[in-house]
Design a protein around this ligand. Structure first.
Ligand code: M6R
Length: 608
């Protein structure tokens, strides 16, 4: 769960290019940062703990000589975020430097063996063993750097994306990949390697995705890809990426999160333009499945939870939403050839999610994927996948990717309903018509309610805890609103299906305790009014998200946010979650938090 970046430039300074690339990857981790460059046969390294800007202010990361180098922005797994544990890591003689994203599971055994051979370790990381293993390979034989890397990675258990340089062969970067993302950027007079495309998108839009089990040799004349096992050379031409570089920038917003919330209408319009054949194919798989699991983590899991209601209500399909990290324990033994997993992961790289996929695949289950990243591991292991078309999401908090996921899942549920003929054409047509309007509804909600949400954040900023309650589909919205508030404003919060609140959590309520109710005008409205009364009777402050004109709830609530339309119930989650995303954002600002980089988190969680 780190960002790696490397480049070889015909002209210019590699260090500043790496610094710039790492800034784009900072969402992947920001405990520490480091850069290594080569000039002639000398290795130069700067690294320290802290965010890139802070480290740069102290060390000037641009001030390293040479046109070739590698860099890393870290999210600590093994070894605390101290300077000595920051990447790049080196061998005993400081002739090899490398950066790594992933986890080496057998590093302890390897380290013991290397120490017995006389190697001295400087850090507590799993990564450093790789540098010493390469050193050992080079010492024991007359292998080239690439051969030594190949022999080394064969000894590693776990996951890695690696970029390695050596003073002995100062014209190249060697890379290798297993289960951690790695992409090449191919410029006219430059070549890049990175964990993610936005890192080099301002320099080139020609990209090559590296597959698991591949090793890459980068030099001034280009790239060579080979299979680690067979040493077979792979020919893979660069593909053109159509994301404009500014799409990955803040475009004038103070934070990526706010930009991404505002971008939702546009993204939702894209998501409504998905290619029919993929939707149709996936619907056919779902229709034929013996049992369907909806598997994901975090926000993507909340999309799955909402989808389970949609599939049930529209297409009469029972599904099991499962938190990916629990999947193997809960269902690992019962999954079989008749099981289908619809796996949702915006990054397509979440380790817990991929673990669930792997175990299900071993039992011959069918895996369908919904992701935002084409070329991600999920797209490679899924039988069919759909790209949710959200564009790159940089803020650690998932916002636009959540609403795009909901949109795709709704479209699948509608298609399946049509296929199964379970609800009337008139009803389906009404839902489809409203679905087309959702981007406009979200746009108008942001336009008309953002200022009010901002004021609510000012009013409630001193509260120590919040409750989020909803019923039916809105219970998934409640969970998502609570996750957003907790992860970026660090305010402890609870979320429950509202009916469950009286079975325990209500004991927390005292005068002024803020409770946020999600109240679309659907079949749950009457019951939710009763729940509001229960809370009010005990002194809670009620903040209600309502459909415009809901006079009854307006009267009961201390504060309310209005959604500007009447919606069929399956469509309420997208517009109703929007004010909750904004609320979390403005609460984070009120609490002086950085909403784009919440502490202890990373955008893509590639460790289990
Ligand atoms: O990339 P994924 O959708 O698989 O990520 C899953 C979670 O890690 C992610 O949704 C996480 O909960 C976000 N920080 C939520 O904002």
């Amino acid at each position: 769960m780190c960002g790696i970046f490397g480049c070889i430039l015909k002209t210019g300074n590699a260090a500043s290019a790496i610094h710039k690339g790492l800034k784009k990857l900072e969402y992947r981790g920001y405990d520490s940062v480091g850069i290594a460059t080569l000039q002639e046969d000398r290795l130069f390294i700067k690294k320290d703990t802290g965010k890139i800007d802070n480290v740069h202010a102290i060390h000037n990361l641009d001030d390293l000589p040479g046109g070739l180098g590698i860099g890393h922005t870290r999210w600590a797994t093994h070894g605390a975020p101290y300077q000595v544990n920051a990447h790049p890591h080196t061998d005993c003689n400081n002739t090899i430097a490398l950066v790594h994203n992933g986890i080496i599971e057998n590093f302890a055994e390897l380290k013991t063996e290397l120490e017995e051979l006389g190697h001295t370790f400087k850090s507590k990381t799993d990564t450093e063993v790789i540098a010493h293993l390469i050193e050992e390979e080079l010492k024991r034989t007359d292998l080239s750097l690439v051969d030594a890397v190949r022999e080394t990675v064969k000894q590693l258990d776990g996951s890695y994306a690696l970029a390695i340089i050596s003073v002995k062969e100062p014209d190249k970067i060697i890379c290798a990949r297993k289960e951690s993302p790695l992409v090449l950027g191919v410029g006219k007079d430059s070549i890049y390697v990175a964990s993610d495309i936005p890192a080099f998108l301002s320099e080139t839009n020609k990209s090559v995705v590296i597959e698991d089990g591949e090793i890459i040799i980068l030099n001034h004349s280009g790239y060579e890809i080979r299979k680690i096992d067979s040493w077979k050379e792979i020919t893979r031409e660069p593909k053109t990426i159509n994301w404009a570089p500014e799409m990955a920038e803040k475009q004038g917003y103070p934070h990526f999160m706010l930009k991404e919330i505002h971008e939702q209408p546009l993204r939702l319009r894209n998501t409504l333009r998905l290619q029919n054949q993929y939707l149709e194919l996936m619907t056919t798989f779902l229709d034929r499945a013996g049992e369907v699991f909806l598997v994901a983590c975090g926000t993507s899991y909340h999309a799955c939870l909402a989808a389970s209601y949609m599939f049930s209500k529209l297409s009469f399909l029972a599904t099991h939403p499962v938190i990916a990290s629990e999947f193997v324990e809960q269902h690992g033994k019962s999954v079989n050839i008749d099981s289908t997993l619809l796996v949702v992961s915006q990054s397509g790289e979440t380790a817990d999610t991929l673990d669930a996929v792997e175990s299900a695949r071993l039992r011959a289950a069918t895996v369908l994927g919904l992701t935002n990243i084409v070329g991600s591991t999920l797209t490679r292991v899924a039988r069919v996948y759909i790209c949710q078309q959200s564009g790159p999401e940089i803020g650690v908090a998932a916002t636009k990717t959540f609403t795009s996921q909901l949109s795709v899942l709704t479209q699948l549920a509608i298609r399946l309903a049509k296929k199964r003929g379970k609800i009337s054409h008139v009803e389906i047509e009404e839902i489809e018509e409203k679905l087309e309007q959702i981007p406009d509804i979200v746009e108008s909600t942001i336009q008309h309610q953002e200022e009010k949400v901002k004021q609510l954040a000012k009013k409630y900023k001193g509260k120590q805890a919040f409750f989020f309650l909803g019923r039916g589909l809105s219970s998934a919205v409640a969970l998502e609103g609570r996750l957003k508030l907790m992860e970026i404003a660090y305010i402890p919060s609870l979320a429950y299906p509202a009916g469950e609140s009286k079975h325990g959590p209500i004991s927390l309520i005292e005068q002024g305790f803020p409770v946020i109710f999600i109240c679309p005008n659907d079949s749950t409205r009457k019951a939710i009014i009763s729940n509001i009364m229960e809370m009010k009777a005990r002194g809670a402050s009620i903040i209600a998200i309502i459909e415009k004109g809901d006079k009854e709830i307006k009267k009961l609530a201390d504060d309310y946010i209005e959604i500007d339309t009447e919606l069929p119930e399956v469509l309420s989650p997208i517009p109703f979650v929007t004010p909750l995303q904004l609320f979390a954002y403005y609460m984070a600002l009120e609490c002086k938090r950085d909403p784009d980089m919440p502490r202890n988190l990373a955008k893509s969680v590639t460790v289990k």
